[in-house]
Write a protein that binds this ligand. Structure first.
Ligand code: HEC
Length: 201
């Protein structure tokens, strides 16, 4: 009997928490569509990954004419500003610690990979650090820039892959490979504070 009551209480609390979070996540500035029948109005997700906006006077799939596009962009930014104002108090010191910890973790992962040819799929036993001790001469702040070996304007990722494929005789990493992101995070972290100079040789 007691356990049954406790169970009801716990379920109730979880239910309330769910309702509360769904309220918090409610879209800003959007006119919720009334029926579940779904609407064919244009719905856009903003770059913050949180704010969703339904454009009452535009249909899904419609290409907005320039004037209207500007007007809709203005509305989107207004909704974003509204969301931002709330967020000041939303992020806690704990959130910031989480971001810092994650950033540090990825940089450390990149440092390890920079010293580990196997993990990067190298095939001749040479790792990045053997030619670039402490990421020397990687110049992440100069990208994108024209690279003669690629005969085009290249990104830092392109050069990381170039060095994986050539001196290390490995296979290039897909741009969204966590190892690529970690290498970029590490290499870039070694030049913190150095001004960006895209195109510099
Ligand atoms: C055998 C030596 C060698 C290895 C191993 C090597 N590199 Fe390089 N790397 C070079 C040389 C030499 C250059 C200069 C090429 C240039 O800038 O024209 C270079 C250029 C670069 C650049 C561009 C530097 C700039 O000034 O624009 C980056 C970034 C880079 N390497 C990253 C890496 C990474 C990451 C690894 C490991 C996956 C790696 N390299 C492995 C020799 C190496």
């Amino acid at each position: 009997m007691r356990t049954a009551k406790l169970l009801i209480l716990v379920v109730g609390i979880i239910g309330l928490a769910l309702v509360a979070t769904s309220f918090e996540r409610r879209t800003v500035g959007a006119q919720q569509s009334k029926a579940s029948g779904g609407s064919d109005r244009l719905v856009v997700q903003l770059c913050d990954g949180e704010t969703k906006l339904e454009i009452a006077d535009a249909r899904a799939g419609e290409v907005l004419p320039p004037e209207k596009a500007r007007e809709v962009a203005r509305r989107m930014m207004a909704a974003y500003a509204e969301q931002q104002a709330k967020q000041v108090s939303k992020w806690t010191a704990r959130d910031r610690l989480t971001w810092e910890r994650e950033q540090k973790r990825v940089i450390e992962e990149g440092y390890k990979l920079f010293h580990d040819w196997r993990a990067l799929g190298g095939t001749i036993g040479i790792s990045c650090d053997m030619c670039h001790p402490d990421a020397a001469a990687t110049h992440p702040e100069t990208y994108p820039k024209f690279q003669t070996q690629l005969k085009r304007v290249a990104t830092l990722r392109d050069m990381i892959n170039w060095c994986i494929e050539n001196p290390m005789k490995g296979k290039p990493l897909p741009p969204d490979d966590p190892r690529m992101i970690a290498l970029e995070a590490y290499i870039t972290s070694t030049r913190k504070g150095v001004p960006l100079e895209p195109g510099k040789h």
